[in-house]
Design a protein around this ligand. Structure first.
Ligand code: KMH
Ligand code: ZN
Length: 275
């Protein structure tokens, strides 16, 4: 049996709306139900964005608390809270979410063009957030969209603001970041430091093939309605669980068994003192 795999479900994301796909979970209850179903389907980690009552991205701590409570009541899956939140929300506001002490949270190390918008992550604030996550024991998932982002992450590690093992999401398919190609992913993976844990996040149509490519070369894998709202051309996703089920089938077909949350927690070294 090849290495087991951590499957992450990205339930909602910052961009999609119910107008794009009415099955997108946005309220705390919908997110919690979607998380439970995704966990039952084989996701060990849930990547969570928060939405307000109008469905807009928010960094509201009350909403965050409700989502974490409701998820905790329903399943054992590990919660990775997004500090990306949504393009219009300043990092100073987004950074406060780590005070809720989720098991993990994303750390976006660079500013960039992001589709039609801008994603602003100023260096000093990124450094402060990395430091605060270390103090709180919230494990960072490093979101890298281009090769220079990897250098920035490694520099933070060099400064002592990030501990081993480093955990990376190699994001492809955002306009403004690297395109979804095997070459791009391979070039990235070859540069990761020894012991790094990683997964591919492929946005849009390439979600299935590039995630499958990442799985085949030893990475973990993520899917979910943040990453794609269609199962295939013209077929809207019915639920996050549907995407997770498809990914589990792909993983098992190459003998990579999904880890349960306890195994994923150990593999990600969650809850260990920073090295
Ligand atoms: N949709 C992701 C690729 C995060 O969650 O921290 C970008 C994002 C980052 O939302
Ligand atoms: Zn996200």
């Amino acid at each position: 049996m090849a290495d087991p795999v951590i499957i992450t479900a990205a339930l909602t994301g910052p961009i999609g709306t119910k107008a794009d796909n009415p099955n997108l979970p946005t309220s705390p209850e919908e997110i919690a139900e979607a998380g439970k179903a995704a966990a039952d389907a084989g996701a060990a980690v849930l990547h969570v964005h928060l939405r307000d009552a109008e469905g807009r991205p928010t960094a509201d701590l009350e909403v965050g608390r409700r989502v974490l409570d409701q998820l905790g009541q329903r399943c054992e899956a590990l919660v990775q809270l997004s500090t990306g939140v949504g393009l219009g929300v300043p990092l100073q506001e987004r950074a406060r979410l780590v005070e809720l002490r989720p098991a993990m949270a994303t750390l976006n190390v660079a500013s960039m063009t992001f589709g039609q918008g801008e994603f602003l992550n100023p260096p000093d604030e990124v450094r402060r957030l990395a430091e605060r996550m270390g103090e709180l024991g919230v494990v960072p998932e490093l979101e890298v969209y281009d090769s220079g982002h990897l250098d920035l992450a490694l520099a933070l590690h060099q400064e002592g603001l990030l501990s081993d093992p480093l955990r990376f999401s190699v994001v492809t398919g955002i306009r403004g970041g690297m395109a979804s190609t095997p070459d791009n992913i391979l070039a990235f993976v070859r540069r990761l430091p020894p012991g790094a844990i990683w997964q591919v996040i492929a946005i849009g149509r390439a979600n299935l093939p590039m995630t499958a490519f990442g799985l085949a070369i030893g990475g973990n894998a993520r899917t979910g309605m943040e990453d794609t709202l269609t199962l295939r051309r013209g077929v809207p996703v019915r639920s996050n669980a549907e995407l997770v089920e498809r990914l589990v089938t792909v993983a098992r077909s190459i003998e990579r068994e999904p880890m349960d949350p306890a195994a994923a927690s150990a593999a990600l070294s969650l809850g260990e003192k920073a090295s």
